[in-house]
Design a protein around this ligand. Structure first.
Ligand SMILES: Nc1nc2c(c(=O)[nH]1)N[C@@H](CN(C=O)c1ccc(C(=O)N[C@@H](CCC(=O)O)C(=O)O)cc1)CN2
Length: 281
């Protein structure tokens, strides 16, 4: 059986070429303005700091600017809301990224939902989720949007397939399930407390690991010929799915690293470029 490696790194590099051309065109038609992504990092979680840096680097690669806001762990919900409101009102800023997770004492949902609809390029607001679910125009949530782009880039047929999403987080599992539903999949949403998880995963034509627990989904649960998407990112190149034993008997799979992660970042950047272009009228 031919096994397709869904190479997110290569696909994201390819996509960045197109984004670079769009940014250059934006500069040309605006007489030199540059799309700007504002990133907000609250606290000192080293992994979050790395992801924000990776996003700023991606902005630079396509010719965009980033406005990096770093706030101490003691930041209150009110302080963070003030920052977001100020960025909402800043005409030079085209997109706002609030890195998740924020410290526990901060009301993350309230802060996500304070991001203006036209700057929600990370697709984290309830409004954006609702609009996307209803098939209305909205910026896609970065990781699920990146996964859909990757599946499309490799011509993976989704219509009529049974997709099992393991995970139900607001920025990953829930929007992923809705995007697959909108792509005509039959979708089952599971999580770490689902009683008959192995039986449900065994039925999947498409499995998405989005549970946030290292190697939680076992290779033996997954049927031959399935499409396997691992959205987990844990130290030492471990995802949410036990991938190694699967690599020779599935139809396609995303490697970790180099699969979903780079597509998350390129989707955020693509949404920010689209937001800048939308200001051109
Ligand atoms: N506001 C958000 N917060 C978080 C999101 C998000 O989409 N929006 N996702 C995750 C973390 N994340 C981005 O923020 C992220 C994680 C991993 C990668 C990635 O590319 N990983 C590489 C490997 C790491 C490396 O090279 O150092 C890979 O998979 O190849 C990108 C983004 C939580 N928070």
């Amino acid at each position: 059986m031919t096994v397709v490696v869904l190479d997110g790194k290569a696909t994201a590099i390819q996509r960045e070429l197109d984004l670079g051309a769009r940014v250059a065109n934006f500069k040309r038609v605006t007489g030199g303005r540059i799309p700007i992504l504002a990133t907000i990092l609250v606290g000192d979680d080293p992994a979050s700091a790395t992801y924000v840096k990776m996003k700023a680097n991606a902005c630079a690669r396509v010719g965009m600017d980033s406005l990096r806001i770093e706030l101490p762990a003691s930041t209150t919900t009110e302080d963070l809301l003030d920052q977001i409101h100020s960025l909402n009102g800043n005409p030079d800023v085209h997109g706002i990224l609030l890195q998740h997770p924020v410290p526990k004492h901060v009301d993350e949902r309230l802060c996500f939902d304070a991001i203006a609809r036209n700057k929600d390029v990370d697709g984290v607001t309830c409004l954006g989720f609702g609009r996307m679910t209803m098939g209305e125009c909205a910026y896609s949530s970065a990781t699920p949007g990146g996964i859909m782009q990757l599946l499309s880039a490799y011509g993976i047929e989704l219509r009529g397939k049974h997709a099992v999403v393991v995970g139900r987080s607001p920025i990953l599992g829930k929007p992923m399930a809705m995007m697959l539903l909108n792509a005509d999949c039959t979708v089952t949403i599971c999580h770490s407390h689902t009683a008959n998880l192995p039986d449900l995963v065994r039925q999947a034509d498409v499995v998405v690991g989005a549970v946030g627990k290292p190697a939680f989904i076992k290779a033996k649960w997954i049927k031959d010929g399935a499409v396997v998407v691992d959205a987990g990112y844990h130290p030492d190149g471990v995802g949410d799915i036990e991938l190694k034993p699967l690599a020779s008997r599935v139809a396609a799979y995303t490697p970790v690293p180099g699969g979903v992660g780079p597509m998350t970042i390129s989707t955020l950047i693509a949404n920010c470029v689209s937001s800048a272009e939308a200001t051109l009228g």
